[in-house]
Design a protein around this ligand. Structure first.
Ligand code: BV8
Ligand code: ZN
Length: 249
């Protein structure tokens, strides 16, 4: 299943980074954006995941996020998330850089998770910044409003056209630049600036490994393309890494 080059890299790696996208949560039942039946095949992202869209039609945007919040509260981490959580204890430095907002990496036990696009469990008042949990906002009727100042509450996610949280982005760049192995998992690599991280890592000397059932815009740059679902490939990759590191001791 894997090349000698990848086996050796797994045996020797000190620092590994994993960029994840919606694909790693597909097997948990969270719809992706751009693959078959994905969200964006039915609606335009700019309408729903942008400040303009929110200001134009806050009811529609809250209805969409309300639906996604309820789905994400029901789903469970899958073997792909769990394999990444185990890898955190296998390599001296292991970081997850996620574009996902579903909180499934944290729920599977990962503790080093850089959330580039925010988290669906968090919300905040656009006027005074007070933070709200989902239980509170989902119990409010119509557009959730701040109980302190009456301002509109929004999901704590990064919309199109919005800057990424600087701290998370800088940590992600550091992890990519210091990685011996960079895994790009379940992402179409269509959204910037996250999609620039695999190239950054490879430039800085990482072995670039892509895990996806379909080729993407970065497959031609990848050193290894492990074609298939993350829920199958990641547990196998973890087992191979454990064996390779034992043998090399
Ligand atoms: C910014 C949060 C700086 C909200 C999201 C023109 C050119 C280049 C860039 C731009 C441009 N015009 C505008 C831009 C910038 C824009 C952008 O990149 N647009 C793209 C679409 C062209 N980016 C931004 O606006 C970003 N901000 O640039 O700020 C700035 C600011 C102001 C002024 C100037 C500059 C902000 C981007 C963040 C948007 N927020 N989400 C929410 O989720 O509700 S993006 C959204 O897409 C999600 O975060 C998602 O994670 C992300 C990426 O999608 P993927 O995760 O890759 O998911 P996708 O469905 O696409 O792919 C799934 C993959 O999984 C597929 O490949 C499939 O094959 C695979 N798969 C399926 N099953 C499995 C699997 N893989 C493994 N196992 C399986 N079982
Ligand atoms: Zn407020």
């Amino acid at each position: 299943m894997i090349s000698e080059r990848l086996r050796n890299a797994l045996a020797r790696a000190r620092s590994v980074a994993a960029l994840t996208g919606a694909g790693i949560s597909a097997e948990s039942g969270v719809p992706t954006f751009r693959s078959k039946g994905g969200i964006w095949t039915k609606m335009r992202p700019e309408e729903l995941a942008s400040m303009d869209g929110f200001l134009r039609n806050p009811e529609l945007v809250w209805e969409w996020y309300g639906q996604r919040k309820r789905i994400m509260a029901e789903v469970q981490p899958n073997p792909g998330h769990r394999a990444l959580a185990h890898m955190e204890h296998l390599f001296p430095h292991f970081a997850i850089i996620t574009q996902n907002i579903d909180n499934l990496h944290q729920r599977s036990g990962s503790t080093v998770v850089h959330e580039l696009h925010g988290n669906i469990e968090r919300n905040y008042c656009m006027e005074c910044g007070i933070r709200y949990g989902n239980a509170e906002v989902l119990s409010m009727t119509g557009i959730p409003r701040c109980t302190a100042c009456g301002g509109p509450i929004r999901p704590d996610v990064v919309w199109f056209g919005e800057m990424l949280p600087m701290e998370e982005w800088n940590a992600a760049v550091r992890a990519a630049e210091s990685a011996d192995i960079f895994l790009s998992i379940g992402t179409s690599a269509a959204v910037q600036p996250a999609a620039s991280l695999p190239g950054l890592a490879k430039e800085a000397g990482a072995l670039l490994v892509e895990i996806n059932p379909e080729p993407t815009s970065i497959t031609s740059h990848a050193d290894e393309f492990l074609q298939g679902p993350a829920g199958t490939i990641l547990p196998e990759l973890y087992a191979l890494a454990v064996a390779a590191r034992k043998e090399s001791q």
